[in-house]
Write a protein of this length. Structure first.
Length: 419
């Protein structure tokens, strides 16, 4: 496809007015081709505090243009007013497409609204109108940082025949969102593994770590939250692939065969790439689940080790507690083991101390051992077919059932009449 991209940088209302009068595709430009893609990349508002630790979810609503310019842009470019609702709706990702009649003169068009979640930094919004008969595309993307602008410009420059397809910009939007999500998953999984290592004691907690139970719980919540976000965005990607299947039958029936062939080939490439992105998201979702399972197992093993240590401490306490109790009891003034006029330093009844101490010690440890084993046997008596407990009893119950053999018959003659 022979075409040359054009770029304009607009900063003030005066620049916008001049651009509307001279260069806007929505205006009168005799040298403009009938089929083209025009997109405005609205810069993301600057927020010094934006980062992994803090994020303003309503940052995208601070538009880089005035209300007058936005209203004129919506009118001349035949953009749908739902773009405002799409910008303000950031609690969850969205992909919408609607078949309408737009433009001046009115002509059939497809209106697209695409929004990424504002739960994390770097969210974007894309609103687009694609005119089916003339194959023109007017779009505006909000929240573009310099990296996103470079990527969109580069992909459009290398799109070739894919420029004919209305899902090209949607596919570029999905690519940018994929990079953002993969980076977020990597950061949060590393943070989760680091937290588990600190809690299990395999890594010493550094001075840069903030103390507090809440900071140890946050990595689990963040990982679960990002997993839900990936699943939500995956559902929108599935809607994109479904729309790619319906486009040939609803949009290009009245075009020439050469155009339909090119558009269908481009649409197939876009759909295949979207399907590959969906596979990448499924892999990241499974990775989050695997990390959750692994960290839960690590915590369970660490808890088991702590429980064994506490069990040893409890056993040691039961050994020394009777001796301490007997010592305290015999040291009271109620007992007089040595006569007042005696010169003995050790009472001849000291053997009573050892007898009572050993008796109480064996009795305490024995009761604890008996109680613990009795509780374990009671739990083991419960049927568990997966582990084999109670299997013999369960199988013996099956012998009480009687079986009956059924035979099948095939008849080629007419059915008998019932009397």
């Amino acid at each position: 496809m022979d075409w040359k991209p054009e770029f304009d940088s607009l900063c003030s209302d005066h620049d916008w007015d001049s651009w509307f009068a001279q260069s806007s595709p929505g205006g009168k430009r005799p040298n403009l081709k009938s089929d083209y893609v025009a997109i405005i990349l609205a810069a993301r508002p600057k927020d010094e505090g934006e980062g992994e630790g803090s994020h303003n979810p309503m940052l995208l609503s601070y538009l880089p243009v005035s209300y007058r310019i936005l209203d004129r842009l919506v009118t001349e470019w035949s953009l749908h007013g739902s773009l405002v609702k799409t910008i303000n709706r950031g609690h969850g990702p969205v992909f919408e497409r609607t078949y309408l009649t737009m433009g001046n003169p009115p002509q059939p068009a497809i209106v697209y609204n695409c929004r990424s979640s504002n739960d994390w930094p770097g969210d974007m919004s894309l609103s687009m109108t694609h005119f089916i008969s003339s194959n023109k595309t007017h779009a505006i993307a909000f929240g573009c940082d310099p990296k996103a602008m470079i990527e969109v410009s580069g992909r459009l420059g290398n799109a070739e025949d894919a420029l004919l397809h209305p899902l090209l910009l949607i596919g570029i939007f999905a690519e940018i969102e994929r990079k953002r999500h993969i980076a977020m998953v990597k950061i949060r999984l590393e943070r989760l593994v680091r937290t588990v290592s600190i809690l299990s004691g395999s890594v010493q907690e550094g001075s840069d770590e903030i103390e507090g139970d809440g900071n140890h719980i946050n990595p689990w919540l963040e990982t679960h939250h990002i997993k839900n976000g990936l699943e939500n965005w995956k559902s929108q990607l599935l809607k994109m692939t479904q729309h790619a299947d319906e486009l040939p039958t609803r949009s290009w029936l009245h075009h020439e065969k050469e155009f339909r062939d090119k558009a269908e080939k481009a649409g197939l490439r876009v759909k295949e790439r979207l399907e590959q992105i969906i596979i990448d998201y499924e892999e990241k979702i499974r990775e989050c689940e695997m990390k959750h399972t692994k960290t839960n197992m690590d915590i369970a093993l660490s808890t088991k080790r702590d429980g064994s240590q506490m069990k040893s401490i409890a056993l040691l306490t039961m050994v020394f507690l009777p001796a301490t109790f007997v010592t305290s009891m015999f040291s009271m003034t109620f007992f007089q083991w040595i006569p007042e006029d005696s010169s003995q330093t050790v009472s001849p009844y000291i053997w009573i101390y050892f007898v009572v101490t050993l008796g109480l010690t064996f009795m305490t440890v024995g009761l604890w051992y008996l109680f613990a084993n009795t509780k374990q046997v009671t739990l083991d008596d419960e049927p568990d077919l997966e582990k084999g407990h109670g299997l013999r009893k369960t199988l013996s119950d099956l012998s009480t059932f009687t079986t009956k053999t059924f035979s099948t018959m095939t008849s080629t003659g007419p059915p008998e009449k019932s009397m």
